[in-house]
Design a protein around this ligand. Sequence first.
Ligand code: FNR
Length: 360
Amino acid sequence: MAAEPVNLNEFQELARLALPKMYYDFYAGGAEDEHTLKENVEAFHRITFRPRILVDVSRIDLSTTILDYKISAPIIIAPTALHKLANPEGEVATARAAASCNTIMVLSFTSSCSIEEVAASCNAVRFYQLYVFKKRDIAATLVQRAERNGFKALVLTADTPRLGRREADIKNKMITPQLKNLEGLLSTKVSSDTGSNLEAYAKETMDASLSWKDLEWLRSITKLPILIKGILTREDAIKAVEVGVAGIIVSNHGARQLDYSPATISALEEVVHAVKGRVPILMDGGVRRGTDVFKALALGAQAVLIGRPVVYGLAAKGEYGVRRVIEMLKDEFELTMALTGCPSVKHITRNHVRTEHERI
Ligand code: FNR
């Protein structure tokens, strides 16, 4: 394979060659039989285009606005754990790449660089992803730190009352290193001599009692807008709007939680119809091509987030690799807009795609 990858899938292969098997498996793996992991990608393949011709596409504007922040394209960086396993610079390199591509980075709660380090490293617009642990003080402390350090929104990940069963991590006895932002905040040392310690860590920390009423508490401790991540049904989308979230992220956590949850691109329209434009909807899961970005927008998303491709770029080529991943996806998206007859993201409509259920 060429040393300079030409698409996101080639970055995955470079990352596989660059990383110890345990870490590659941690990034690449999904829950149980990995049915949803494959579906997240394959469901995109079943959507085709209804391209329009003879539209002036001599100038194409990819830019969009998410919660008042103008970004260069509707492609933002999803929160993924432990970037130092991919590259010694960790999330600092990822944040710098986000800044140079003029996009948003969502920093994971389980990051390997601290909130302060990431904030000091660049001026990218940053959102902070939150898990709410049994000890509510931990979330409150981290929310305050994110606010103090100029993060612009919170992303509450709500699909993780317990950790999904990731069998590669169990087999590899995957051990998480110390989580930088949680140093001194957890009382017990979470470790396990047998098997992966991820599960032990999650048991000690994740609060399976978290429910909709806790959104009120979260809103009471912060002025930041809150997006909720992990919605897959109209019922939950309506609840989220009712409790006053600023946005919804349709996500199945990169297929790492509940196997046989739907591919996110298949769940997107149900949520879009339920929300009726009241709050912005973003989606992630399986976005690997500019055509995928276009399909998500045509089905009603304002932007997509990318998870694994960013980590693969980081593992293969550090900050430059993350930048290349975003640039490649932007270039492919721009070409798709040209070939479908859409000079700006506002021109992308439901009529530009055909899902598998629609007759030709
Ligand atoms: C994740 N994801 C995730 N989500 C989150 O809210 N907090 C987190 O800490 C993590 N950590 C994490 C680690 C790794 C290795 C992966 C692959 C994913 C889920 C992530 O935000 C996103 O939903 C998916 O990664 C999107 O799917 P793709 O782009 O990876 O297919």
